[in-house]
Design a protein around this ligand. Structure first.
Ligand code: ADP
Ligand code: MG
Length: 689
């Protein structure tokens, strides 16, 4: 057994108990310890004169005690003032013993380490580490001190000690898996050098660069981690491709018939994506394609056209929506399009009476219904299909790799897997998409249907509510329709509901001539559908809603949207909401109301909304503000947590990662598995799918 795969217990001081705790950090082998990377560094390599300390700086200082005193400032605290001839510093302790106080005698010399802050009486350190050195020379470290992630019951010092042991014992034997040609090309250090630098950076290294994760040594590790991720996803993809799927290669008669009935023709981008889908469906392997496109780019019709290809080939299609509301809307759209072609469409929903439900289930099982719309309930126990050939998942960001795999299992028919088409309205730049969704092929609808006018967005404080109500009134009197969105601001759904209900009542009272309706997630599906149908038909003018309308809702005549508490929402969510207007001929506007004062973060978000209507640009800014995991929901996308990589910060490496993966796969296939193991190791690596 190589040194690297030895259990962590080979390291000194690690018994079964500690090993268990370390497992929580993902440290199972001695090699894992070597790849446990610092997230911060302390500079204990030199003594900083007191006179040059800056607030926020962490530093080693040396000084003589001038005075020690107990002060009462709200609470009892011990203050010890030291000086070194260049300046003064106060050490402040909120917890202290008598003995401690007695020992801090005037005239003794202290060496301290801590973070400096600006106190009321000049610079101070709260609870610094300190030791008496008196006449001895102050000791300093010869390397920057790394700070590691730890877990409950494992001290920073023991973590550091373990990692440093691993550096001594394992690093010399660590294998370099990157071929020399790639290393030369990157201009980054080799693995051994990189690990040595991050664990024992010399005092000359740039701490700011290290803390930002941009040091060449870290970039070397980032590169390998991204490579491991990419290789693992590629492997998953290859395994998927080994499954068989129905070949759908028709004359596209149904598609042509639908297009002939449409009042518009496809945009170039829609046509291109449709061609990509057709090509996939004609293959004997399951399609795994993600279609991304901004809100309103016309993904639904592309989905319908894909569905027709499957139907023409004699298969059923399941369309999965994230909410009942959206399922209802898809049902209506699909019926509208497919009824003239005599293709039966059904919906499986929670609101069906038992008898209806039974008959839908039977129609699905016998194959008399071709297109079935529903939520994830479509894939529950007791639901079966006659010949499921295609699964369409709308608004993908709530479904991850695991769900995708589960869907495939459910849809297996004679050992053949259905094709999968996934639609998302949170478009992200191509290189990022290829990394985040590396197990999928990505198509992008990067063009809006002609004639769309950008939504004009204004940002208004809550105090000017009366004006906003006035604006709604004028719009509705002109025959336009409006949404008034009350997003979740309380953790409790009941309270959120309360807000929406109160708002509805207040608006009804303020706008007696306007027909106001309410829609929220707690309504019975049938009520919800009625409310939406009434709004769509123009019976109601103003729809007060919770964020249930966030995704997908399509009412072209609605051209005004008010969003309350917009400062609490993420950029992508705001963009989704705003995407509900600007779908018709009228010039649309969106009013973002907020409660002052705005945090800097919120200010930036709202400014971004005002500045751009472009979903890609919004996604880019959202990722910069929040990080991709937060924005896309790491768990939902199935994107793995990275140890050190940050795909936004490190995005420039991504094309090189893909190129390196190709080289490894073709010229060094035996290195693929070890790289994956090193970085992804015991974590879920979808090995059995
Ligand atoms: P999304 O991509 O957000 O799901 P939809 O599929 O709901 O967008 O489409 C938004 C609106 O644009 C719908 O009313 C749809 O009928 C219309 N639409 C789609 N494609 C075109 C097109 N090529 N030309 C004109 N209008 C289109
Ligand atoms: Mg949609």
């Amino acid at each position: 057994m190589g040194a690297e795969s030895q259990p962590i217990t080979v390291l000194k001081g690690v018994g079964p108990k500690l090993a268990q705790k370390l497992e929580r950090l993902g440290l199972l082998t001695a090699q894992d310890a070597l790849f446990h990377l610092p997230f911060r560094y302390q500079d204990r390599t030199r003594v900083v004169p007191l006179g040059s300390l800056q607030p926020g700086q962490a530093a080693v200082v040396v000084g003589d005690i001038e005075l020690t005193d107990v002060a009462f400032r709200g609470r009892r605290n011990l203050i010890c003032r030291i000086s070194d001839g260049t300046g003064f510093l106060s050490l402040r302790f909120f917890h202290f013993s008598n003995a401690q106080k007695e020992n801090l005698v005037r005239g003794r010399t202290l060496r301290c380490y801590g973070e400096v802050r600006a106190g009321r009486d000049g610079p101070e350190m709260i609870h610094p580490e300190y030791q008496f050195i008196d006449d001895a020379e102050p000791e300093t470290e010869s390397a920057l001190t790394p700070v590691y992630p730890t877990t409950e019951g494992v001290h920073q010092l023991s973590t550091r000690n373990l990692v440093q042991q691993a550096v001594d014992s394992i690093l010399p034997a660590i294998k370099e898996w990157l071929p020399q040609s790639i290393l030369d090309d990157l201009g980054l250090p080799n693995l051994r050098q990189a690990l040595l630098t991050v664990h024992r950076p010399s005092p000359e290294e740039d701490v700011a660069l290290l803390e930002a994760g941009r040091h060449p040594a870290q970039q070397r590790l980032v590169f390998e981690e991204l490579l491991a991720h990419h290789l693992s996803m590629q492997r998953l993809r290859e395994r998927q491709r080994k499954h068989e799927a129905p070949v759908m290669k028709g004359a596209h008669e149904l598609q042509d018939a639908l297009l002939a009935n449409m009042p518009f023709s496809l945009t170039g981008a829609q046509q291109r994506v449709l061609d990509e889908i057709r090509m996939d469906l004609a293959e004997p392997h399951p399609m795994q394609r993600l279609v991304q496109g901004d809100v309103g780019s016309g993904k639904t019709i592309v989905a319908a056209l894909a569905a027709l290809e499957a139907v023409e080939a004699g298969y059923q299609v399941a369309i999965m929506a994230p909410t009942e509301l959206l399922a209802e809307q898809h049902l209506n759209n699909f019926r509208h399009w497919l009824d003239p072609l005599r293709i039966p469409v059904a919906r499986l929903s929670g609101s069906l009476k038992n008898r209806e439900r039974q008959s839908v289930l039977e129609a699905m099982a016998t194959g008399t219904v071709k297109v079935i719309v529903g939520t994830h309930a479509l894939f529950q126990e007791g639901v079966s299909f006659a010949h499921l050939g295609l699964i369409i998942v709308d608004e993908q960001h709530r479904f991850g790799v695991h769900q995708r795999l589960a869907l495939r299992e459910k849809g297996l028919d004679d050992g053949r897997a259905p094709h999968q088409l996934i639609m998302t309205a949170t478009p992200i730049p191509r290189t990022l998409a290829q990394t985040i969704y590396a197990d999928l092929d990505v198509s992008t609808i990067d063009e809006l249907p002609p004639g769309r006018k950008p939504v004009e967005t204004v940002v208004i404080p809550d105090t000017r509510r009366a004006e906003v109500v006035q604006r709604v009134q004028s719009a509705c009197q002109e025959g336009r329709q409006a949404y008034w969105v009350c997003p979740l601001i309380e953790e409790s759904e009941t309270l959120q509901l309360q807000t929406a209900t109160d708002t509805e009542a207040a608006l009804r009272a303020a706008l007696p001539d306007i027909k106001v309706a309410l829609v929220h997630g707690r309504m019975k599906p049938l009520e919800k559908e009625r409310a939406m149908a009434a709004f769509k038909s123009g019976e109601t003018d103003l729809l007060v809603a919770t964020t249930v309308i966030e995704v997908g809702v399509d009412v072209p005549n609605a051209s005004l949207m008010i969003i309350e508490n917009s400062e609490r929402l993420g950029l992508s969510q705001l963009h989704q909401l705003r995407g509900r207007v600007g779908r018709g001929a009228d010039k649309s506007s969106c009013v973002l109301m907020y409660q002052a004062p705005l945090s800097e973060f919120a200010r930036q978000r709202l400014a971004a909304m005002r500045e751009t209507n472009d979903g890609f640009e919004i996604a880019r800014r959202d990722m910069e503000l929040r990080g991709p995991g937060e924005m896309l929901g790491t768990r939902q996308t199935g994107m793995q947590q990275f140890h050190i990589a940050d795909i936004v910060r490190d995005r420039e490496l991504l094309p090189k990662v893909r190129a390196a993966a190709k080289v490894l796969q073709s010229d060094f296939p035996e290195r693929v598995q070890p790289i994956i193991e090193r970085w992804i190791g015991q974590r879920q690596d979808y090995a059995d799918v």
